[in-house]
Design a protein around this ligand. Structure first.
Ligand SMILES: Nc1nc2c(ncn2[C@@H]2O[C@H](COP(=O)(O)OP(=O)(O)OP(=O)(O)O)[C@@H](O)[C@H]2O)c(=O)[nH]1
Ligand SMILES: [Mg+2]
Length: 313
């Protein structure tokens, strides 16, 4: 329990240890989370997503520098659902953000798909909670690509930044992947390459059509990650978005929805585990023998759920 106390004091090694416990599905992780949960909730969590190589890590690195200069403490989670490696093995991110190693105001951690059968998104969410509780008031979550697990990870952040480039020319692709709806800020990175302003124009047209009624219209920011051009504008947009949703109640609503989804997911996971035990080890298993025709799976499911209804306090 020393871990929880040291984590709350901002100790970076306790933070790393707690996230490791989380990844290992160690029961001690749940205990640490229980102790620190009440102290989380102050951090502004920013998600950065986009195609491979679009410049996400380069931009994160620029944001980190600016936040550090303004006195913020920062946590970064780089999520790669396709990678079998974890624990800091996503080399590119390490290299790109490496100038912050040695600064204990910056904590960078990679998370990969392996070992997260319960969902990479929920593991990432718990890791963010730990980072938040450790007194880091800015948290970045970088994910690669626009698949289902990335979308789920993005549902756990406060502000979603979607990075495009004139190289990929993928504004239409983004529409297809359904990411337009979750973007709070669009970045057209690699603005030093011809075609960037055309992509920006297309995106501005798209956002006007999609989010006509919301209080927030996603701005489209041109950046050159390598030189830092436009990153101040990006930072400004990100902070303005946070202020907007914090003051109009949307942040509170998002956090409420998120908590609801989290509870639903836990119920599903635990109920499925209970059903599996009943059917494989318990008395209900006898139902699934002999002539299987005519067995009503809905009736059996209801009986499993109802058998334990009195357990619920
Ligand atoms: N020309 C140009 N190159 C850039 C710019 N920003 C980043 N790059 C380069 O693009 C390459 C990929 O950058 P990263 O920041 O690693 O991109 P990423 O999106 O994090 O990549 P993954 O994490 O592998 O998906 C690197 O070689 C960067 O130097 C830019 O504004 N202009
Ligand atoms: Mg990267």
């Amino acid at each position: 329990m020393d871990i929880a106390r040291r984590l709350l004091e901002g100790d970076v090694r306790a933070l790393a240890r707690a996230i490791r416990l989380l990844e290992d599905h160690d029961p001690a992780a749940e205990a640490v989370l229980r102790e620190v949960r009440g102290r989380a909730g102050a951090a502004h969590v920013v998600g950065v997503t986009g195609a491979p190589g679009s410049g996400k890590s380069t931009i994160c690195d620029q944001l980190i520098s600016r936040w550090r200069a303004a006195g913020h403490r920062v946590g970064v989670i780089a999520v790669d659902p396709s990678s079998p490696f974890s624990g800091g093995a996503i080399l590119g991110d390490r290299v790109r953000m490496q100038r912050h190693t040695g600064d204990d105001g910056v904590y960078i951690r990679s998370m990969a798909a392996r070992g997260h059968l319960g969902g990479l998104a929920s593991a990432a969410r718990e890791a963010i909670r730990l980072i938040d509780a450790s007194g880091r008031d800015r948290c970045l979550v970088e994910t690669v690509g626009v698949g289902q697990s990335e979308l789920e990870v993005m549902e756990t952040v406060d502000t979603t930044v979607v990075v495009t480039t004139p190289v990929s020319g993928d504004s239409v692709q983004i529409l297809k992947a359904g990411i337009l709806e979750i973007a709070d800020v669009f970045v057209v990175n690699k603005a030093d390459i011809p075609g960037a302003s055309k992509v920006a124009r297309e995106l501005r047209d798209l956002t006007r059509h999609v989010r006509g009624t919301s209080a927030w219209t996603p701005p489209v920011i041109l950046t050159t990650g390598t030189s830092g051009d436009g990153v101040d504008d990006l930072l400004d947009a990100v902070e303005r978005h946070h202020e907007t949703i914090a003051s109009n109640g949307e942040l509170q609503q998002r956090r409420r929805d998120r908590l609801q989804a989290e509870i639903e997911a836990i119920v599903v996971e635990r109920a499925a585990e209970r059903a599996r035990r009943e059917l494989e080890e318990g008395t209900m298993g006898a139902e699934l023998s002999g002539d299987l025709r005519g067995i009503d799976p809905y009736a059996i499911a209801d009986r499993i759920l109802n058998a334990h209804a009195s357990d619920i306090p």
